[in-house]
Design a protein around this ligand. Structure first.
Ligand code: 13P
Ligand code: SF4
Length: 362
């Protein structure tokens, strides 16, 4: 549209003015027109690496959601990086501050601390290792750093659980019960039934003392509202109507869908799977709609379907658009920056402990 063309021109003008001082990062779930304006794209792990390794830039416009921008701030502004830049911070901006993550919101720091206290009366929390999915607030990552735990992404969850079991006898995994369950069941040391901690339950997260004592993994009652819409009957329908089709899903999908899939992985892995496939391959993909549609456009030589008859899109990822990006960049260039995400020093310091472990185990 004419309006978008004008926004693109204005974004380009800021880019020209700022040169390599500006880095625009984008998550794979972003809209095509936003992706077109990014310097680099990635899944959560890769985007964390890119922020951690960034060298020339002075500002990062993060086209993604809040926890990603927080993570970028912590990693781009760790003490040795600030020293390399003679004391200067990288400014991380989220073009729309309402771009949160409903899953991350399902685990608040107070709820986690309360759960930990309650658990300590039933099991030995010295040997309980907390593992948080990167889709969580910085305060949770700090908690994990302080309690000898680790952050994971969907691309290194198994390695993170292995890391945790080398250091303790039990794991508490939050906020995504599905990623936790799917990963743990892929490791065959884990029991089928894992207790799920419901922060709104009256006692012990809705579990009995016996269940908690017997378990190696305690899950948190959180999920992704986008991925929970994929159902086993969708898999059955595609298998029936398209013989030979391969089902490719994100591990945030519920167990009943995940166990029917042929392949699974982070958004980065999903893209790699499609890129590596023979022409004529048939896929039904269970992840956010914008990524699946982009894969469809970029791979006309393959037959790509969306694994649901209903629209599963991430409403908060979608909040980032050209207008918000342009507004953010123009304010930055004018010296009146907006929407800066800056994690306080104490939280950043402890989050970093857990994030550095995440970057090591891959
Ligand atoms: P990844 O891109 O790391 O697979 O994460 C998916 C997701 O849901 C991000 O919010
Ligand atoms: Fe959060 Fe799900 Fe959206 Fe990812 S897709 S940002 S997990 S709500």
């Amino acid at each position: 549209s004419l309006e978008n063309d004008q926004l693109v021109e204005r974004i380009e003008a800021v880019r020209k003015q700022m040169g390599p001082e500006l880095l625009i990062l984008g998550h794979h779930y972003q809209q095509d027109e936003v992706i077109a304006q990014t310097d680099l794209t990635g899944d959560s792990y890769k985007l964390s690496k890119l922020a951690a390794d960034s060298s020339d830039c002075r500002a990062i416009a993060f086209c993604g959601v809040h926890f990603m921008a927080e993570t970028a701030d912590i990693l781009a502004n760790r003490p040795e990086k600030i020293a390399q830049r003679d004391g200067q911070r990288v400014r991380v901006m989220l073009p729309d501050l309402a771009a949160g993550c409903s899953m991350a919101d399902m685990a608040g720091i107070q709820q986690i601390e309360d759960a930990w206290d309650e658990l300590s009366e039933v099991i030995d929390t010295e040997k309980l290792i907390p593992v948080t999915y990167i889709n969580s607030a910085a305060s949770l990552k700090a908690f994990v750093g302080q309690h000898g735990g680790i952050v994971c992404t969907s691309s290194n969850a198994k390695a993170a659980l292995e890391w945790a079991f080398q250091r303790g006898s039990r794991v508490m995994f939050f906020p995504d019960q599905h990623l936790g369950r799917n990963t743990a069941l892929g490791m065959d040391i884990i029991e089928e039934q894992m207790p799920v901690w419901d922060p709104f339950a009256e006692e012990l997260g809705g579990n009995t003392e016996k269940q908690l004592e017997a378990s190696k993994v305690i899950l948190w009652k959180g999920h992704c509202s986008v991925h929970q819409m994929f159902k086993p009957e969708h898999v059955a329908m595609f298998r029936k109507q398209h013989p030979g089709i391969k089902i490719l899903v994100h591990p945030e999908c519920p167990r009943d869908v995940f166990e029917l899939a042929d392949e699974s992985g982070s958004t980065g892995k999903i893209i790699e799977c499609v890129e590596a496939a023979e022409p004529g391959s048939k896929w039904a993909i269970g992840t956010e709609l914008h990524l699946v549609n982009r894969l469809k456009q970029e791979h006309p030589e393959q037959e790509i379907h969306f694994l649901s008859p209903v629209v599963c899109m991430c409403a908060t990822m979608y909040r980032i658009d050209l207008a918000h990006l342009c507004w953010t960049l123009e304010n930055l260039a004018a010296g009146t920056p907006v929407n800066t995400i800056e994690v306080d020093e104490e939280t950043a310091r402890w989050s970093l402990v857990a994030l550095e472990r995440m970057l090591e185990v891959h």
